[in-house]
Design a protein around this ligand. Structure first.
Ligand SMILES: Nc1nc2c(ncn2[C@@H]2O[C@H](COP(=O)(O)OP(=O)(O)OP(=O)(O)O)[C@@H](O)[C@H]2O)c(=O)[nH]1
Length: 234
């Protein structure tokens, strides 16, 4: 099985042979309609949101990320069961001063949310309910899939958040929980699996706002959002 990103690069992935996710790049993409899903990645500063999204979209570990200002956009196109799906990933700023003027943009027409904490930082984990609350305040409906990700699990010796704690929280909200590491190359396929879990869930739902759009108008909207973000005074 293979997955491709927006640059047309092909990666091999690791779903088990029993998995119903079929990823390939053998189709003539010009002929296939693409559904586009907006996923926002939220969490405290420094938990690794940029590195996680970069690992998924760029396939490598970003060594020296700078703090995100406003939002960074990444995307990757997948093919699931013969259907082309584009994940537009909004890597949001964790620092309040870099995010406050962007918050409305983050949540507008969102299709899925990933909450990230750092397994070596109890405070980042304790913030997760606040991020969930912020999400609700911005009218993200209960049908929008959400998952919790504990990052930096390569630093097991410094772990401050036992998985049992995290599992309790995830159970309380009924969200899936994943622990992973953007840094550890061996976790790359696990990170793919996290995003693909969401993609698969989104695929089984009707897209919300982008349902009626063809690819060029959806792309136009995406470009507009990028422009809005770039001109935003954060
Ligand atoms: N050991 C380890 N370090 C990581 C991992 N992921 C990210 N880091 C490091 O954590 C720091 C913060 O990473 P970022 O991805 O910039 O964090 P962020 O959540 O995007 O931060 P903001 O942009 O400020 O919101 C960087 O020094 C990364 O190298 C990981 O899985 N393991």
């Amino acid at each position: 099985m293979a997955i491709i990103n927006n640059h047309g690069e092909e990666f091999h992935t690791v779903f088990s042979p029993n998995d119903s996710l079929e990823l390939s790049c053998n189709h003539d993409y010009e002929q296939v309609q693409t559904r586009i899903f907006k996923i926002i990645v939220i969490g405290d500063s420094n938990v690794g949101k940029t590195c996680l999204t970069y690992r998924f979209c760029g396939s490598t570990f970003l060594k020296n990320p700078e703090a995100t200002i406003g939002v960074d956009f990444r995307e990757r196109t997948l093919e699931l069961d013969g259907e082309r799906i584009k994940l537009q990933i909004w890597d949001t700023a964790g620092q309040e001063r870099f995010r406050k003027s962007m918050v409305e943009h983050y949540y507008r027409s969102v299709h899925a949310v990933i909450f990230v904490y750092d397994v070596t930082s109890l405070s980042s984990f304790e913030s997760i309910p606040d991020w969930i609350e912020e999400c609700s305040r911005h009218s993200v409906g209960p049908l929008v899939p959400r998952i919790i990700v504990g990052n930096k699990c390569d630093l097991r010796d410094c772990q401050e958040v036992p998985m049992s704690f995290a599992q309790c929280l995830a159970d309380r909200y009924n969200f899936p929980l994943f622990e992973t590491s953007a840094k550890d190359p061996a976790e790359k396929e696990h990170i793919d699996a996290i995003f693909l879990t969401l993609a698969y869930r989104l695929k089984s739902h009707k897209p919300l706002r982008l349902k009626q759009l063809n690819e060029s108008s959806a792309q136009h909207m995406w470009d507009q959002r990028k422009q809005e973000a770039a001109t935003c005074q954060c």
